[in-house]
Write a protein that binds this ligand. Structure first.
Ligand SMILES: [Zn+2]
Ligand SMILES: [Zn+2]
Length: 689
């Protein structure tokens, strides 16, 4: 139906006549164009990223039917996104006059606030609160206007009410912190900023202000800790780095001493080695966040049983080692040649080899190899460990069977206290995805392994990830994988889809079972109007992946307020655009995720299309997802000051939604049904071993 309407709308635009009656035919009246046509056209132009054409459609809509609230509201959103805030306000006022509604007054309030028109904002927010006394965003807006008018005490009164109405909104404690700051009460400010980052660990803006408050209270240790966390999220920020150096100089102890101690060694569970023809995986361990070999030239290891150092190609044993001996391996150089030197503790002559060497334990069923036991990055693995040189660095590859590998993944990809059927779905997906990478993708062929141990493929933590519950989950689904037309499927997953998953063809390419779908028990209208999308992201619609005992609220809905300066610094560094003028989301997927972003600077404009880049560009650290709407706030001088984001979900939004799997398991669904719901058309198959 929508397609038909669209075709009609398009023919109107092109000036074609719909029906031409000939004298011999019965004359059908030409249907009156309705406002629906323009709403449909406006929506599709908005998702295509043609904001000007979308606005034209809504302009035609309000001309045709000046009583269409939808046309006024959707037009207002487009006007806001194109930076014409004054006109957006007039459109909101038209809509509010037709339908006095708290959401509309709230939207108008924020538009006034973004124009630094505090009196207008106050009036609009009051109207919203009169209609709905627990409107969290309108109460937050009143707090902000009071704060911007230099009245922090009144701001706190509003913000307290806001916090009671919207307990999961991290911007509220953030502004409470700012109000306490204005009142010179750093203890209370610290408390509030801390709450804002506890609510959402991605909220680096809150962390930054928290560190500053610690610095003012001379708590250098905490200031250092918070800034180093912020810098972990945004490693190249010059501003954060210089702050960290500044506070480092004030510390009595060197920061190295404050680094976290290594975790205690894991206690391996007694397990059977998987019998039969279980596929063996080559897993790159200790890799960097992109799954590449980390620059390192030495490592230590220990095995809990006797072992041999063997030639991985021939299986020939070169040297025998004993249980619990501490060994060391490093890249050495002599006569312009590099080689590996394995040193045992007993002072025996070292084993020196130019090629790869494997550590092969004598009792595969119960053996564990510890790597770098005394470092914070310590790891313990089952199976064998191959050590080789790769461009002058050490490359560590753990070869182990698919079942034990899955065991090392499950609890790292989903909290182990999640509902059992969700964990089983996770185990089937982890096993399937690894096998898919091994058989069909070979992403890491040049690195010399089949999967890495990072999020890039999926997080593998070896024995440390194991527990009796994870063993139960893996054993209960032993050999179970997802297939599509007989082929091992590419079972990607996302932490939280935000309420609607994305289709592969809109993002990374068509895969028949990567189909975007609503994650709500009652479904969602497939494509939301611009106004509906904004409301949907500002609310907490019922969904399988919504907040629960297992799902943290900020994984489902999040807000950010990023300073213009921070984003400008990042854009200048990454995109070389000169001074930042504006940022505008263009194309969106049907779910609502931003697929392309236009960044305009005074030197050039850049269109950003990669999901990871879009998330990484906007703000200190990255955004949780590309599912967001954004607003630009102007200062009194009319220049941009900050960007506000209303977002949903965490991760790329494709495939299985992990939070959704938990919600479905809670509502009684079993793991195979959960998997089939997220990947329409797949089958659950059994590997024969
Ligand atoms: Zn990888
Ligand atoms: Zn979901």
């Amino acid at each position: 139906m929508r397609q038909v309407l669209l075709a009609i709308a398009l023919s109107f635009r092109a000036g074609y006549c719909l029906e031409v009656a000939t004298p011999s035919q019965t004359v059908h009246p030409v249907p009156e164009p309705s406002v629906e046509i323009w709403l449909t056209l406006g929506r599709s132009r908005y998702y295509e990223g043609s904001l000007r054409a979308a606005l034209e459609a809504y302009e035609k809509g309000v001309k045709l039917d000046p009583r269409s609230v939808e046309a006024w509201l959707n037009g207002a959103v487009i006007l806001e996104e194109t930076g014409d805030l004054r006109r957006a306000l007039r459109w909101y006022e038209k809509a509010a006059a037709l339908k006095p509604d708290a959401e509309i007054f709230n939207a108008a309030g924020w538009a006034h606030l973004r124009l630094a028109d505090l009196a207008g904002a106050t009036t609009a927010f009051h109207r919203a609160v009169e209609l709905r006394s627990d409107h969290g965003f309108a109460l937050l807006g009143l707090g902000r206007t009071a704060l911007d008018s230099g009245n922090p005490e009144q701001a706190l009164a509003w913000l307290d009410r806001a916090a009671a109405a919207a307990p999961n909104l991290n911007l509220i404690p953030y502004y409470q912190g700012k109000a306490h700051e204005a009142l010179k009460n750093d203890d209370r400010a610290i408390e509030s900023f801390r709450r804002s980052v506890v609510m959402d660990s991605y909220f680096s803006e809150g962390r930054d202000l928290l560190a500053k408050a610690y610095l003012r209270s001379r708590n250098y240790r905490e200031a250092w800790d918070q800034w180093s966390k912020a810098l972990d999220a945004e490693p190249k920020s010059r501003r954060l780095r210089s702050l960290l150096y500044k506070v480092q100089a004030l510390l009595r102890h060197a920061p190295e001493q404050m680094k976290r101690r290594p975790p205690p060694p894991p206690v391996p569970l007694e397990t059977e080695s998987a019998p039969g023809q279980v596929p063996v995986l080559r897993v790159g361990v200790g890799t960097d966040p992109l799954g590449k070999i980390r620059a390192r030239s030495s490592a230590s290891f220990k095995v809990n049983t006797d072992f041999e150092l063997v030639d991985p190609k021939t299986g020939k044993a070169w040297l025998a080692g004993q249980a619990h001996e501490a060994w060391h391996v490093s890249v050495k150089r002599a006569k312009k040649k590099r080689f590996l030197a394995f040193m045992s503790p007993a002072g025996r002559p070292p084993l020196e080899k130019p090629g790869p060497v494997s550590i092969r334990p004598k009792e595969p069923g119960r053996s564990v190899i510890w790597i770098d036991e005394s470092s914070p990055a310590a790891m313990a693995v089952r199976g064998e460990l191959e050590i080789a040189m790769h461009r002058g660095h050490l490359r560590l590859v753990n070869s182990l069977d698919l079942e034990n590998y899955t065991h090392g993944v499950v609890s790292r990809e989903m909290p182990i206290d999640s509902p059992l059927e969700a964990l089983k779905a996770q185990a089937v997906l982890a096993r399937t995805y690894a096998l898919h990478l091994k058989k069909h993708r070979q992403t890491h062929r040049k690195d010399g392994y089949e999967v890495c141990d990072q999020q890039h493929c999926q997080v593998y933590a070896g024995v440390r990830a194991e527990s009796p519950r994870s063993r139960q989950v893996v054993d209960d689904t032993r050999g179970r994988v997802v297939t599509y037309q007989g082929r091992v499927a590419s079972t990607i997953y996302t932490a939280n889809c935000g309420g609607h998953t994305q289709s592969g063809k809109e993002v990374w390419g068509h895969v028949p079972y990567w189909i975007g779908r609503s994650d709500a028990p009652e479904g969602r209208r497939e494509i939301l109007d611009p106004w509906e999308l904004k409301q949907w992201l500002r609310a907490w619609p019922k969904s399988y992946c919504g907040p629960s005992a297992h799902v943290y609220p900020s994984h489902y809905r999040w807000t950010r307020s990023v300073s213009f300066k921070d984003i400008e610094e990042e854009m200048a560094r990454k995109l070389k655009i000169g001074r930042l003028k504006s940022i505008r989301p263009l194309k969106r997927s049907q779910a609502g995720n931003v697929l392309s972003l236009l960044v305009q600077g005074d030197r050039r404009s850049v269109k950003v299309v990669s999901e990871i880049k879009i998330r990484g560009l906007l703000g200190l650290g990255s955004l949780r997802s590309t599912l967001f709407v954004m607003e630009t706030e102007l200062g009194k001088d009319g220049k941009p000051q900050a960007f506000m984001f209303y977002g949903g979900g965490w991760g790329h939004g494709l495939g299985l939604c992990q939070s959704g799997a938990m919600g479905r398991a809670e509502s009684g669904q079993e793991h195979d049904r959960i998997i089939r719901d997220y990947f329409p058309g797949v089958e659950i198959s059994q590997l024969s071993y």
